[in-house]
Design a protein around this ligand. Structure first.
Ligand code: SF4
Length: 369
């Protein structure tokens, strides 16, 4: 298949590994900030193929995982209201809130439905005008345009019974938080190609200049990721720190201008707490005042109650790249995909789920605590 097979080619993988081996002279730690990239790295064992000088760590790249527990509690609370239908992507239904998850709420009688797009939820609202339909909108800049489109359409069509819990977040503030933290050990980043397909690459330049770390925009297949690592290692070895674009077949410098314009109209940047990273300024996308009527939190007067993170879950450290999933004592024992303690074991993009599915149940000797 064009654009897939050539990026999974074993000979190309071997060539890139040798190229990295020939370039590298000392240890470097590189972080990917994309759950899809994490899954490719783990599924294909790319981290185990690389020279031992390269340490790949997984960052806060799973949007379901970084969604704070209080937002999940909002969704669960709303779902229990009579006459209201709560819609979201399937991943969100099994993420534990403070006391239960959305599946539990559904089992107790709440009308919780899985949709495949925000426009699916809007369509439901139009077909069932007697019910309030709320879409729980989670994701990075990749999925935010589809939520923006649904809200814009709802306003255009004057659909009064549709609203969203806007929980979209942005990648650059997360990179800034990691680089600013006292315990940071990341020296270079692979940035997610699909995020940059929407947003372009210019918003990464101030980070590169301020922190002097290379950021390489990278795709999702094994050859993409190894090319991204090779470009990152080359910069590190040469003492350079630049934004480079490995995923040029999709990413333009300016991104998708139409999508960005729509997002700028519908959303405004707001502060948001991230699981594992505390509250990051301007790190999330809330609805702008012009679209306040479609903001479920304002419409239903939701207020934040104290939220309880599971005490045995070390998702915060996993999401900051400080801990590999098998290093969590609960991994594979009290926390499995069937009985998850935390979001990284639930989500299809979660790092803990990636390791569990790949059968990598023990920490590598170099990672053991
Ligand atoms: S293995 Fe489970 S308990 Fe441990 S960090 Fe991952 S999600 Fe949390």
């Amino acid at each position: 298949m064009k654009f897939v097979d050539e990026f999974r080619d074993a000979a190309a993988v071997r060539t890139l590994i040798e190229q990295i081996r020939a370039t590298i002279t000392r240890p470097w730690t590189i972080m990917e900030v994309c759950g899809g990239q994490t899954h490719t790295i783990v599924r294909y064992g790319l981290d185990e193929l690389l020279p031992r000088e390269v340490t790949l760590v997984h960052g806060p790249g799973c949007p379901v995982c970084v969604t704070p527990i209080e937002m999940i509690d909002f969704a669960i609370e709303l779902s229990k209201r009579p006459g209201l239908t709560l819609c979201s992507f399937g991943d969100m239904l099994r993420v534990p809130g403070s006391t239960c998850d959305l599946f539990d709420a559904r089992a107790a009688g709440a009308d919780v439905r899985v949709v495949y797009s925000p426009l699916g939820a809007l369509d439901l609202a139009r077909r069932e005008p007697s019910r309030e339909v709320v879409f729980f909108a989670v994701g990075f800049e990749t999925t935010a345009p589809t939520t923006a489109m649904a809200v814009h359409q709802a306003a255009h069509l004057k659909v009064p019974n549709f609203s969203v819990i806007a929980a979209h977040v942005r990648v650059p503030p997360a990179i800034e938080a990691i680089l600013s933290s006292d315990d940071n050990r990341v020296q270079g980043f692979l940035a997610a190609g699909h995020v940059c397909t929407v947003m372009g690459i210019d918003e990464y330049r101030p980070l590169v200049q301020r922190f002097k770390v290379p950021i390489v925009v990278t795709g999702f297949e094994p050859v993409d990721l190894l090319q991204g690592v090779a470009m990152c290692v080359e910069q590190l070895e040469q003492g350079r720190a630049e934004v480079e674009n490995q995923y040029a077949r999709s990413v333009r410098n300016e991104g998708n201008v139409t999508a960005r314009d729509l997002m700028a109209e519908v959303f405004t940047f707001v502060d948001r707490r991230w699981r594992g990273l505390d509250t990051l300024p301007k790190s999330a996308m809330g609805l702008s005042d012009h679209y306040a009527a479609y903001d479920a939190i304002r419409r239903f007067g939701l207020t934040q109650a104290p939220a309880n993170e599971p005490i045995d879950c070390r998702a915060g450290e996993v999401l900051r790249g400080l801990l590999k999933p098998p290093q969590c004592p609960a991994f594979g024992s009290t926390c499995t995909p069937d009985r998850p303690l935390g979001a990284p074991m639930v989500s299809s993009e979660g790092a803990c789920a990636a390791y569990f599915r790949a059968g990598r149940l023990a920490a590598a000797p170099s990672e053991a605590q």
